[in-house]
Structure formats: C-alpha cells, structure tokens
Design a protein around this ligand. Sequence first.
Ligand code: GDP
Ligand code: MN
Length: 522
Amino acid sequence: MEDRTFICTPTQEEAGVTNNWMDPAEAYKKLDAIADGAMKGRTMYVIPFSMGKIGSSFAKYGIELTDSLYVVLNMKIMTRVSSKVYEQLKGGDDFVKGIHSKVNLDAENRYICQFPQDNTIYSLNSGYGGNVLLGKKCFALRIASYQGWKEGWMAEHMLILGVERPDGDVKYVCAAFPSACGKTNLAMMIPPEGYRAKGYKIWTVGDDIAWIRKRNGAFYAVNPENGFFGVAPGTSAKSNPNALAMTKRNTIFTNVALDTKHNTVWWEGMGVPAPERAEDWKGNKWKEGMTDADGKPIKAAHPNSRFTVPAKNCPCLSKEFENGRGVPISAFIFGGRRAKLTPLVYEARDWEHGVFMGSVMSSETTAAATGKVGVVRHDPMAMLPFCGYNMCDYFEHWLSMGARMKNPPKIFNVNWFRTDESGNYIWPGFGDNLRVLDWILRRCDGTVDAYETPIGYLPYPKDIDLSGTNVTEEQLSSILDVDKIAWYYEAVDIGEFYKKFGDKLPEKLAKQLRILKKNLKE
Ligand code: GDP
Ligand code: MN
C-alpha cells in the first residue's frame, strides 16, 4: 500500500520527493479520529518486542498495540517478543510506539504513518503483513533508517549470507533486491552439486533486513528480525528446498490455497500437482484450470502469499545469527529484475561509483509492489518504499559511510533475470547464483581479474564456472555484455530520474552520471 504510506516529518523537505508526506499534527488528528473507538469490544494486545538480540549494541525496542491476533502470532515469530524488553527500557521512553488497528479494513481510510522524530508508527485499516507487523518495514527500515542517519549506522533492505569455502573460511555479503526479486532465495540457496562436493556451504544470517554498523574500519551487519516472512508461490523443493523444509512446522501461511482433502497448504510453483479438492486464498472452491470472466486462469494462492517461520527452523541458519555484534561484510550487492540491458554481474570502480550504482537501481515491478506488474521503475538501494527520510540525505549518508575508509567493501550489481527472445530466463539462477557469488568473493580476495567497461568492471566469461550447468559460453557472453547504445538510453533515463531530486542530489552522484555518459560516448 505504498500510496497509503506516509512519512510524517515537520517539513515535507525532510520526507523528500520519493515519500508521501503528511504534517504530523494533521496526521495525528486524522488518525486519532479514525482510531477513536475502533477497538471497542475487541481485545487489545500489548506486544513488547526487540529488533536485534535483546541487550546487544544493535538492539532497538518497540511496543506494538494491536487488535489483531494474526499480528500477535506473527510478531512472536518475526521479532523477539519478551517482557525483558521492559527491563531494557528502564522506565524510559526510548522505544518505538506502534499502534495498529484493523478498524474495519476500509481501504479509503487506510493509513500507514511513520513519525521518525517521535519514534511512532500508526497503522490503521490494514491487515497485510508488511503494514501491520510493525517491527518489519515500518520500524526496522523506515524508522530505523532515520535513526541510522542520525546515529551513524545504516538500516538496509538487504539479505545477509555467509559463503563457506573449501578452506573453511566464511565470508559474508549483504544484498539489496526489491521485494520479490530473490532475497529469500539467495539467502538460503543450496550450492550446486559440484560446489557442494568441494565443500562450499551457504549460511543464512538474514533474508530481508540488515542493520549495519562500522567498527574498526569494517562494516558489521545483523539481521534485526527473528523469523522469515517469505513469498510462498514459486517456493519448491527445486527452487528453495531450505525454505520448503523450514515451513514443515510452526509456520503461519497467509493467502495460500488449502488442500481440503489432505488438510494442507498449496501454492503455484510448489512443484507438486495441484490438489484435487481445494479452497483458493479467498476461501472459494478451486480447481486447476478455472478461469475468470476475462478467461485468465484463477490462481489458487495470491501471488504475494506468504509463510511466517521462526529463524531457528532454517536448516542453514548461520551460527552467527545470535551474535549481537554482527558479521563482517566483504561486499555489498545490488540487483533487480531486468529482462534486458543489465549484465549478470558487474563491479563498481570504487565506493562512490558503487553508491551511484545503488542509487540508479531499477527493476521490473512485481506483485509485492503497488501498481502494474512488469514495468521498470527506479528503486534506489531497493529502499524506495522504505526510506524514512529524504532520499538525497540517504544517498549522502551512504557516501559518507564509505568515505575515507582504507578498504571499504566492494560493491557489485547482479541481474539473474535476463531473458531471451522467447522470454525465457537465460541464467539458471537459484543455487547456480553461487557461481556469481564465488566470482564476487574472488574479486574481494584479489585472486581474479576483471576488465573495465563504461559501466564498471565485468568478469571474463571464462572466470564464471559453468561446469554442471546447461548454460553455453555463448549464452553467458550474451548476459555479460555492455550494449553501449542501450546503456546510453539508460543514462538519459537516469538523468530524468535524478532531475526529480533537483539541487539536493549529491554532486558526487551527478558527477558519476557525467562519467558514465562520457565513458559511453568514448
Ligand atoms: P524476496 O521477496 O526478495 O525475498 O524474493 P524471493 O526470494 O521470495 O523470490 C521472489 C521470486 O523470485 C520467486 O518467485 C522466486 O522463484 C524468484 N527467484 C528468486 N531467485 C531467482 C533466480 O535466481 N532466478 C529466477 N529466474 N527467479 C528467481
Ligand atoms: Mn523475502
């Protein structure tokens, strides 16, 4: 509900051009009027919760009031709900105040309002996870990104994963992809067989949000959540066996289909035949092949249906998950869905160029976002719907976090979603993405070469290991190309996007765009 989500700061300038803004006084008046009496006759639940390990230096606390049992049960999985939170508060008011009421699920009066200066969130008339599990996007991204800016750390829409290599060394990366672009899948992927045989392992620290602090010249990240709220459709024994395994117990399913014969769940892309007798996500009787008035197939599960599972269910959960000091980050990775143009992987020349790459990220929209599916939209650092303050201040914050660092993490961009003329994905993706991660880590070690192109460093195709895949060298080369003319159009489009920000756009980013254009002209 991006159009119903507001950042309520004293001035509109503080929210910036990418956010909906409401004046706090006006917002409180409006929200209190809607909320007045809304919980009458209902049970009000009080949820004390921690984002991050209770008592750790990363931890931030919240209290959510809600009239939804669904929220209570999901919050107990997704966050650390404990009365110990009250002890940590020591009677003070340094906690996020979250108020949620379903009211009557009236879309016209639906508001998700963040008040960064007041540590306050109001969420009214919604029942959707991202809007009502206030610890997640509202707190851990919108409010926390503001806190991070003020306090010198970062709250990012990033997965965190550890790659264990044959020598036993584990290196950690953070990756930002827009919603439904593969964070959960990448975070818990299973290495291809050849890699497993060599001793590669993947360890999941987080699949959605990273809180990142600098210590002794390095970045350390924690996952502030305590569970996974993943997209169900497409999750199969083939695409994400770890995710499927972890949903076998203690799991809440939202908007999936019910197999009424076997009393179990089902969704499209589960990799097993559709149930004989089923109810779709709306509770209607459903059979495979049913069509709507326009002749389109009726889906059994909503495309954005979800599972909620405790982190400890994850078979590949990192032993560092509970480490309150975080894991050291070797690389930051940006990515999105681009059927054309963006190569499988490329590397920034330096930190500043990497921040530019993140700021101009764009992706084809999915069912998890507002509006039409499949149109390219700019989504800086995958934070467009989640940045709780002015995006230009956010860019400036990113630039400053890596400035004057001796060895800042390297920054990369990946794209698993290039398609051929028939619209089929060229890159196998999923576990095979380790082939790209491995190249990224070898770049961090300095043990593999790359060549410079107008957009950054690209791998030599020979350095991406294709053994055990059906990908031909020709196909690989086709997704490791830089089409200068198409990129020039992209640069023009970036210029249009940047215009939105006016004078407030950091000069360093404007300079990076000039460099890109110059490189492409040459
Ligand atoms: P998240 O919302 O960013 O965590 O995204 P998910 O990991 O839940 O994935 C969203 C969708 O992208 C699912 O339908 C996945 O099957 C699909 N997906 C994830 N990784 C890949 C990949 O490497 N290649 C392709 N083609 N699809 C992928
Ligand atoms: Mn996810």
